[in-house]
Design a binder for this molecule. Structure first.
Ligand SMILES: Cc1cc2nc3c(=O)[nH]c(=O)nc-3n(C[C@H](O)[C@H](O)[C@H](O)COP(=O)(O)OP(=O)(O)OC[C@H]3O[C@@H](n4cnc5c(N)ncnc54)[C@H](O)[C@@H]3O)c2cc1C
Length: 481
């Protein structure tokens, strides 16, 4: 008899952890495992700001999926649509999870052209990099395609802002910043030099805060390599509409991080929004909605780190969503469709520690959800028993570069070298492969000995990609389009 097939969409924090656990829980003869992913690796995003700051080599954060998964087949491409209708003879296996009573399976959404072997089976459509598509049949579908940069309706954002969600964007940002310094060094116009040396990060969450802190230190050091630039020419602004930094984390972390950033000369513009972005400026609005003071800052670099939204795959599948994230119950089941699970950033998984509100979009949640969901997927195939998702917050680490970090392990607030040590140790332990751990640790040692490399891959002045093109958000069709 053919083995049931588990198809996992996305090999990131949630998908990889789920598959590694499924490989242990389900004997090879009980299920076939397939991961659909546009890339052959997991990106360890927590250290991505260090790629921008030339502290870590980009490839060292890419954890090879074929190397860490023993028997899961990798199908390269983006899932863009799925036939979610239950087959006519669908039965819930012993010990499995039945769809909640009273909820009918929806009609198939953008059903792919099934191959002869797939007729009558549920399928997912996978689009390869060359634009060709193929249908893959599934018996259990796990959606773990993560998120993309949230791009609200701010004029000029789509055309001029840079994002920081994947390796391409991280390398492009590093190259862009270094090439602005080169152009600044070459110009005789002091106003133009000022604008080229001004860098604005929008979003004071952990990504924006780490990026601004690390890049300010990096670019001031880099400036000494140019003949006419001085470190004092370089200006970094961190903008957030919230009145406090790291507003999603414990207030003490935000206060301590703000002190480090101010010490590094980063201009904190809290309670401020970016309301217009142009090729050589950003307009900031300070104060509440009634009393708003607008300031125009001359800059050629605006990095948008102001939040993420679920992958557009969620909308393309036509499943019920909450703020764009696929609704699930605490067992990761998607109500109204049988045998479909969702987790990680793309899913609104209820977090019992927050009264059932959707879990935060963090790697910590994604990894734990991966392990918990594996148990429930296995149970749906008759192996083991399902369990609801429970998560105890163990704290957070924020690496500010050098000897600075803030962290609150088990609720204890740390900063300075102890926090930096803990942060680095945490990342080494969390990287899912030994080879990557050793490579990253070596990068840190080499940087400590020789400093960061001040080189870029692409020539100065090369056209920058928009967030939409860098994050491939245009490949999906919503059921209505
Ligand atoms: C710069 C940065 C720094 C961060 N720092 C931290 C941190 O310090 N701590 C923390 O807890 N969290 C951090 N996060 C958040 C963390 O990365 C996410 O919460 C986490 O990656 C979510 O895991 P996931 O598995 O849902 O998504 P991901 O890890 O993003 O994995 C999703 C995977 O799905 C693939 N995919 C996308 N579309 C498709 C498709 N259509 N079909 C198939 N596959 C698809 C993607 O290529 C990717 O491999 C950071 C995020 C960023 C961007």
């Amino acid at each position: 008899m053919a083995r049931p097939r588990v198809v996992v969409l996305g090999g990131g924090f949630a998908g990889l952890r789920l598959l590694r656990r499924l490989e242990l829980l389900l004997p090879a003869d009980r299920a076939e495992l397939i991961v659909v992913s546009p890339v052959d690796h997991l990106l360890y995003t927590s250290l991505v700001p260090q790629v921008c700051a030339s502290t870590v080599e980009p490839r060292h954060l890419a954890v090879s999926l074929p190397a860490v998964l023993r028997r899961t087949l990798l199908c390269l491409g983006d899932a863009v649509a799925a036939d979610l209708a239950a087959p006519a003879d669908a039965q819930t296996p012993a010990g499995g999870l039945a769809a909640p009573a009273g909820l009918a399976a929806p009609a198939a959404v953008a059903a792919p052209a099934a191959t002869a072997a797939n007729v009558g089976r549920r399928t997912v459509t996978v689009r390869a990099a060359d634009g060709s598509t193929r249908a893959i049949a599934w018996d259990r579908l796990v959606i773990a395609a993560g998120s993309v940069t949230a791009t609200p309706d701010v004029p000029g954002l789509a055309e001029h802002a840079l994002g920081l969600k994947n390796l391409d964007e991280a390398v492009a940002l590093r190259d862009h910043v270094l090439s602005r310094l080169e152009l600044a060094d070459a110009t005789d116009d002091p106003r133009r030099r000022g604008a080229l040396c001004t860098f604005v990060v929008v979003g004071g969450g952990y990504t924006g805060t780490e990026l601004a802190a690390q890049m300010a230190a990096f670019t001031r050091r880099a400036a000494t390599a140019y003949r006419r630039l001085r470190p004092a020419d370089v200006r970094w602004l961190l903008v957030d509409h919230s009145p406090r930094l790291l507003h999603d984390l414990a207030p003490a972390l935000g206060r301590r991080a703000a002190r480090v950033l101010s010490r590094r000369g980063i201009e904190l513009r809290l309670g401020t929004s970016a309301v217009r972005i142009g090729p050589d400026s950003v307009t900031l609005a300070e104060g509440g909605s009634s009393v708003r003071r607008h300031t125009r800052v001359a800059t050629h670099t605006v990095v948008w780190c102001a939040g993420v939204r679920a992958s557009p795959l969620a909308a393309a599948l036509g499943l019920p969503t909450e703020h764009g994230r696929i609704v699930t119950d605490e067992f990761f089941r998607v109500p109204s469709v049988e045998d479909v699970f969702a987790l990680g950033d793309i899913a609104a998984v209820p977090d019992s520690a927050r009264g059932g509100a959707p879990a935060g979009q963090t790697a910590q949640h994604a990894v734990r959800q991966g392990a918990a969901a594996a148990r429930n997927v296995a149970a749906s195939l008759g192996v083991g028993t399902p369990r609801p998702y429970r998560h105890r917050d163990l704290g957070f680490v924020v690496d500010l570069g050098g000897r600075d970090a803030v962290a609150n392990p088990f609720g204890v607030t740390l900063s300075g070298p102890p926090a930096a040590l803990l942060t680095r140790g945490y990342h080494l332990a969390s990287l899912p492969a030994t080879a990557n751990r050793l490579r990253v640790a070596t990068d840190w040692l080499l940087n400590a000995a020789f400093g960061q490399e001040i080189t870029h891959y692409v020539p100065s002045g090369t056209q920058q990609e928009t967030i939409a093109t860098a994050e491939h958000t245009g490949i999906y069709r919503t059921p209505k389009s």
